[in-house]
Design a protein around this ligand. Structure first.
Ligand SMILES: CC(C)(COP(=O)(O)OP(=O)(O)OC[C@H]1O[C@@H](n2cnc3c(N)ncnc32)[C@H](O)[C@@H]1OP(=O)(O)O)[C@@H](O)C(=O)NCCC(=O)NCCS
Length: 175
């Protein structure tokens, strides 16, 4: 009985404190006709949302891939998506264009799952390398990418207009 109790308690704990446990969620592939919802999700993860039009072009264009992390039971009135990753594959190279996790779901492994899935999807298309760009001062994202195996390959000084931060370019070989 103790085992049952412990497992019920741990299930309850997961519900109440999702950011501290393995998230009860799955990944799915999102489509261009969901661009409105993805734009809203993007805007909850970043100061400025990418527009639905732009996301529709990225996701619906050649080589576009959108992954969404879903918590079907989170009670969010905007739907169950709690994170996303957008990838574009051109010839044999992929780019991780954007990734975000809702603030209340961060630090619980969702970003790691999305990055891994993005890498696997890119590899499955035949890409031999995946690139990304990240602000020098975005420490959580840099740690996430480093942990996933990306390595810095370049720096663009003062790249971000609003903050003046440098952009780092990072890459991971897929073969
Ligand atoms: C970056 C982001 C996607 C990470 O998502 P997340 O779900 O919180 O990340 P995870 O919990 O899966 O963490 C995975 C790894 O990332 C790193 N990491 C995540 N949050 C971190 C933080 N606050 N500080 C330091 N490292 C952090 C760690 O290496 C962590 O591995 P560990 O738990 O074994 O230490 C999330 O913080 C986010 O949405 N930020 C705003 C949008 C953004 O900046 N996107 C990236 C633009 S380039």
């Amino acid at each position: 009985m103790r085992g049952c109790t412990a497992s019920r308690e741990s299930a309850l704990h997961e519900r109440l404190m999702p950011s501290m446990t393995t998230p009860p969620m799955t990944l799915r592939q999102a489509k261009a006709d969901e661009a409105g919802g993805l734009s809203h999700l993007h805007g909850r993860c970043f100061d400025e949302a990418w527009s639905a039009d732009f996301i529709a072009r990225v996701v619906g264009g050649p080589g576009g891939i959108a992954l969404a992390a879903v918590d079907p039971d989170n009670g969010d009135p905007d739907g169950g998506d709690i994170g996303f990753a957008f990838v574009r594959v051109t010839a044999d190279e992929a780019e991780l264009l954007s990734i975000g996790v809702l603030p209340e779901w961060r630090d619980g492994g969702v970003g790691r799952l999305l990055v891994r899935a993005a890498i696997e999807r890119a590899r499955a298309t035949g890409a031999v390398k995946i690139h990304l760009e990240v602000a020098d001062d975005n420490h959580p994202a840099r740690a996430l990418y480093n942990a996933a195996g990306f390595r810095q390959v370049g720096r663009r000084p003062g790249y971000y207009d609003k903050t003046g931060a440098d952009a780092l370019t990072m890459a991971l070989d897929l073969i």
